[in-house]
Design a protein around this ligand. Structure first.
Ligand code: GCB
Length: 599
């Protein structure tokens, strides 16, 4: 019997053509074939390329086969002569016909590959929104759901020497049980929205690593290196030349090597965001990174960065491209957005409402901006659905996995404005506990809501408070509730001995629309809202940071008011064409004052 099982197992292993594998950490620093650029695309609202006329999935003959068109046979598609789209991008901003489109689009890219017995090919996508089925040379290599996290497949066995092609079926239809769900306040941009590479790594490669200040031992950098397979006794060299560190460690029977090094690095701070060049190598593989060291913790109602009390002068940001709209993805996009945040006087950004691209986090780190990173557990998630939970947990896992070496990230956020109830508490408490199993060094939070408001008293009470390190909430005094004037008398009851962050506040203004400060949609109204709110913040006990909503106006199908919104949420401090509104300067002045207070 045992022999039969073994034979079966061997056959199964032998037949694995391609599979999803753990993410290749720091993939963009590897030896890659860049697959960005022009891809052919076919819009397929009926999923014609996937289902036959009885709605059964094609085993053969789907668009994924990328058959060459010839007039001798009946074939009603041709990927080669279909239009081209730049990848990364979202189709909504690239093709007018697809502005509101939610459904399937097929993408195809040809590339040349040189096969080698000592190399694996890992096909890596920074993100595809939302459901991606990936085929290489006509064979399905895997499926991924979730629009904002990376994934990769080992495609070594399906690659051929010479010409190859990759086809991706992307479907961004919204579903109630997805994460996010059907209802949200941002554009559901579809497409291959982040970079694509084919990474060429050795058969046994450095898959992942963690390098950080030890949480419990002072003056120690500790961490580990993980190989992609369980190979023992492999020598790994870690060097940090500037600290004169060169250390050799050996993998154990799990393919893991651990290290602890005495060191006193200059700590990363927003004022001086010091990063150290590091390299990790084995005889046939090597990876470099730039890593910063810092500590973050809370004591009572205060947040301490490197042991010093800090106020998080933040701004919320959507991953939307400055000036041109559409999804942001490039270094230039990141630098433009983050430079605006710096001009505002920020030392912190809330990257809402989903994990942003890796470049955004890395650029924030270089510029000295602490980061709040979040998963799209937003509003009315299907709390009792196990698949939904697993989906959320997977996205949280992948967010933490990708960015665990980024010292800039100080807060993992697990949810935004979720309705109270037992099912939600079960879901979110499990998610919070899970986050701690993945990272015990950072703070956990979530954006909550005011629960009671009467007699000029706003109360925040949430069962989830026990599960987070920082109490964050969205307050919209002057916009969704109350008037700007009501800020003057408002008292706050937040009955927890934990730091408080106002994760959102704000109101809409059309840049260039002027009028009395009592008139909604004018810059003056928004300016007054910021004046009154910031004055009120000075009276909130335990306030340790804020991230106003939002840096730049962003596209949202919820925002329909003609001539004012035109499908833009106008709460930006900066307009969609990059012009600063009056409220920008109110915020800037308040941040200057805060900076002095915390010097
Ligand atoms: C919120 C949400 C955010 C919205 C914002 C608004 O509370 O968290 O996603 O865009 O309000 O403008 O209403």
């Amino acid at each position: 019997m045992k022999k039969i099982i073994l034979c079966f197992a061997l056959i199964m292993v032998g037949t694995i053509m391609a599979q999803e594998v753990p993410l290749v950490t720091n993939v963009f620093a590897r030896n890659n074939i860049n697959l960005n650029g022009k891809w052919n695309y076919v819009v397929d609202p009926l999923e014609n390329g996937y289902y036959d006329y009885r709605l059964m999935p094609f085993q053969t003959n789907g668009f994924f086969e990328n058959k060459k068109f010839n007039t001798a046979e009946l074939q009603e598609y041709d990927l080669d002569t279909s239009p081209l789209m730049d990848i990364p991008s979202d189709w909504n901003s690239k093709d007018n016909r697809l502005f509101f489109y939610e459904g399937t689009v097929w993408f195809k890219k040809d590339f040349v590959y040189k096969k080698s017995a000592s190399t694996k090919g890992i096909l890596y996508f920074g993100a595809v929104n939302y459901d991606a089925k990936v085929y290489v040379n006509g064979k399905l290599v895997g499926n991924h759901v979730g629009g904002y996290t990376p994934f990769n497949f080992d495609v070594t066995n399906v690659l051929v020497d010479g010409n190859n092609f990759v086809v991706v079926k992307v479907d961004n239809k919204r579903h109630k049980d997805n994460v996010p769900t059907v209802n949200m306040d941002w554009w559901n941009y579809g497409g291959i929205t982040r970079e694509v590479v084919l990474s060429q790594v050795p058969i046994t490669y450095i898959e992942d690593y963690l390098v950080q200040l030890d949480k419990t031992k002072e003056g120690v950098i500790s961490g580990w290196v993980k190989l992609n397979s369980v190979v023992a006794k492999q020598t790994i060299t870690l060097s940090i030349p500037e600290l004169k560190i060169k250390k050799q460690v050996v993998t154990d029977s799990n393919g893991m090597a651990y290290f602890e090094l005495k060191a006193n690095p200059v700590l990363w701070t927003p004022e001086s965001p010091k990063l150290y060049d590091i390299s990790i190598s084995k005889f046939d593989d090597s990876i470099t990174d730039a890593i910063g060291f810092r500590t973050i913790k809370t004591v009572g109602k205060e947040i301490f960065l490197n042991g010093k009390k800090v106020f998080l002068r933040g701004i919320s940001i959507h991953e939307e491209a400055p000036f041109r709209q559409g999804r942001a993805w490039s270094k230039e996009d990141a630098i433009t957005l983050l430079t605006w945040a710096k001009e505002l006087g920020c030392n912190y950004v809330r990257l809402a409402h989903y994990p942003h691209n890796e470049t955004m986090v890395r650029e924030a780190e270089k510029m000295g901006l602490m980061v709040w990173s979040e998963v799209p557990v937003y509003w009315t998630i299907s709390w009792t659905n196990t698949d939904t939970y697993n989906n959320a947990e997977r996205q949280l896992h992948d967010m933490i996995y990708r960015d665990k070496n980024r010292c800039a990230v100080v807060i993992w956020s697990i949810a935004n404005e979720t309705p109270h109830g037992d099912d939600r508490d079960i879901f979110l408490s499990k998610l919070a506990k899970y986050a701690r199993t993945q990272d015990s060094t950072r703070l956990i939070s979530m954006a909550m809501e005011v629960t009671k408001s009467n007699n000029n008293i706003n109360t925040l009470k949430d069962n989830m408070s026990d599960f987070v390190d920082v109490i964050s909430f969205n307050s919209y005094l002057g916009w969704y509730r109350g008037t700007n004037e009501s800020c003057k008398l408002m008292q706050w009851v937040i009955p927890y001995n934990k730091p408080v962050i106002i994760s959102e506040f704000g109101g809409e203004a059309l840049q260039g629309l002027h009028g009395d400060k009592t008139k909604r949609w004018t810059e003056e109204y928004q300016e007054e809202l910021y004046i009154q709110n910031t004055q009120m913040f000075d009276r909130i006990d335990g306030l340790a940071g804020i991230s106003p909503w939002i840096l730049v106006d962003f596209k949202s199908p919820r925002r329909q008011l003609p001539r004012i919104q035109d499908f833009f949420n106008r709460k930006g401090l900066i307009s969609s064409s990059g012009i600063k509104k009056k409220a920008f300067y109110v915020m800037k002045d308040w941040y200057k004052k805060k900076e002095m207070e915390y010097k």
